[in-house]
Every structure is written in C-alpha cells, then in structure tokens.
Design a protein around this ligand. Structure first.
Ligand code: FPP
Length: 238
C-alpha cells in the first residue's frame, strides 16, 4: 500500500471531475465552448486554494479517453484551453506547483506533447504541490498501460510474475509515487466515476455536489472538505 492519510483534516490527494460545462452554457443559451472557457477559468482559484491548504496532489479530470467522440470543434476548444493553461504555467511555478499530464498523451498533437514536456520539465523541481491534469485519461487505459509496462519488464527478465504485487502495480500507474487518493469531488449532480482513477479510488471518499463546474469556487472546495472531515474512514477496519 502507498502511504495513507487516515484521520487527517486535509486530504493529501484530491481529485475533481470537471463536469457541467455544457449544461452551464446551455442554461444561458450559449454554445458549449463558452461553458468550457468558463470552466477553465474556474480551475486556477481552486488549484491555489488546494496549494494554500497544503494538499500534496490535485488531479483534475479535463478530458477522458471517451471525449474524442464529441464534435471536433468542442475537442479543439478543450485542447486550446489546455494550451492556454500550459502557456500560463509560470504562474503555477511561482507557487511551487509542479504540473504533470496524466493519460495517453501519444494521441495529442505533436506540438502540444512538446509543450507538455517543456512545462513538466520546467516545473519538475517544484515541491509545493503536484497538479495532475488528466487529459486523454481513462482508468482502464491506465491499467492496460501499467500491465504492459510490467509485462515488458518480465519479458526483459528484470521482474518475475511473483514480484508483481499492489505496490509494484501502483508504481506503474500515471500517479506513481504520489499519495493515496483521499477524496474525489464530482460537481454537476452526476453520481458516477466515469472511468476516473479506478485503481486509486479504492479507499477514497466521494463528495457529489449539485453545482456546475464553471460556478465552482474555493468556497465550494471548502464545503466539500467539511463534508470529508465528517466521514469516518475505516479502510476496511472497524
Ligand atoms: C465535462 O463537462 C467537461 C469536459 C469534458 C471538459 C472539461 C474541460 C474544462 C474544464 C476546460 C478545460 C480546462 C483545461 C485547463 C484543459 P461536460 O461538457 O460534459 O458538461 P455537461 O455534462 O454539462 O454537458
């Protein structure tokens, strides 16, 4: 097992599903892209609040392996917003926030992959918090990717099948080396996981909120943390 954070007031690792952008726009009679743009604006204040609270890892689900089925114009808009975020990554670096992209980046445009690598490189020495942006991320894809990594090691003779345990598998995930996931927040009223962090959520607490992501503020994060603090986490014990 990775380190756990049982009983702590502040979760070591929080994940948020950025959901509800489309409905936010629809309610205002606006195109969905406006919802995504507003959703992107909601990201930074929440990231900075997590940093201020002492959260160690924050994982944001911004584009799933299934989201490619959306109209090309919508996919393009989300990729544009990702580029904008990466362009302003300096602001996060100033707060000692390390940026990482989790997911299968090989499907992204080559120049976007380069931009990601550059930002990851430049922020690699930041120790305040890790911000994982889940892009072209799928929990099942992550497990397949981990299985392939381990299978290759077995093939190369550097690992035996018997040595594959939970710790070894966790070390082949995109979140390797990061704290156990404590809390998943899903705004927008939907109550499902949508292929997010399937392995990592084993003992995570879930907080579902009725607010749409573009309206989500640091105060809503505080409310989710208050609910988290009320939970009795037993990790299978009594
Ligand atoms: C889900 O809401 C949201 C997404 C698929 C995209 C999330 C993207 C952002 C918040 C903007 C991009 C931000 C960065 C920094 C890359 P939905 O569109 O499914 O909403 P709906 O369920 O109301 O239709």
């Amino acid at each position: 097992m990775q380190q756990t954070n049982a009983g702590a007031a502040v979760p070591a690792h929080i994940a948020i599903i950025l959901d509800g952008n489309g409905r936010w726009a629809k309610r205002r009679g606006l195109p969905r892209s406006f919802g995504h743009r507003q959703g992107a604006k909601a990201v930074e204040p929440v990231v900075l609040r997590c940093r201020e609270l002492g959260v160690q890892s924050l994982t944001l689900y911004a584009f799933s392996t299934e989201n490619w089925s959306r109209p090309a114009s919508e996919v393009d808009e989300i990729m544009r917003l990702l580029r904008e975020m990466l362009q302003s990554a300096e602001r996060y670096r100033g707060q000692e926030i390390q940026l990482r992209l989790i997911g299968d980046r090989s499907a992204l445009a080559p120049d976007l992959q380069q931009q990601i690598e550059q930002v990851e490189r430049e922020s690699a020495s930041c120790t305040g918090m890790i911000l994982n942006m889940a892009i072209n991320y799928g929990g099942r894809e992550e497990l397949v990717h981990a299985a392939r990594t381990l299978a290759r090691q077995v093939e190369e003779g550097i690992l035996s099948p018997e040595e594959i345990d939970e710790k070894r598998l966790a070390s082949a995930l995109y979140t390797a080396g990061q704290p156990e996931l404590d809390l998943i927040i899903r705004p927008s009223g939907e109550k499902r996981l949508s292929n997010f962090l399937l392995w990592q959520c084993a003992y995570a607490e879930f907080v579902f909120m009725d607010i749409l992501w573009p309206d989500f503020t640091p105060a809503d994060l505080d409310a989710a943390l208050e609910e988290y603090r009320q939970r009795d986490r037993r990790f299978g014990g009594i």
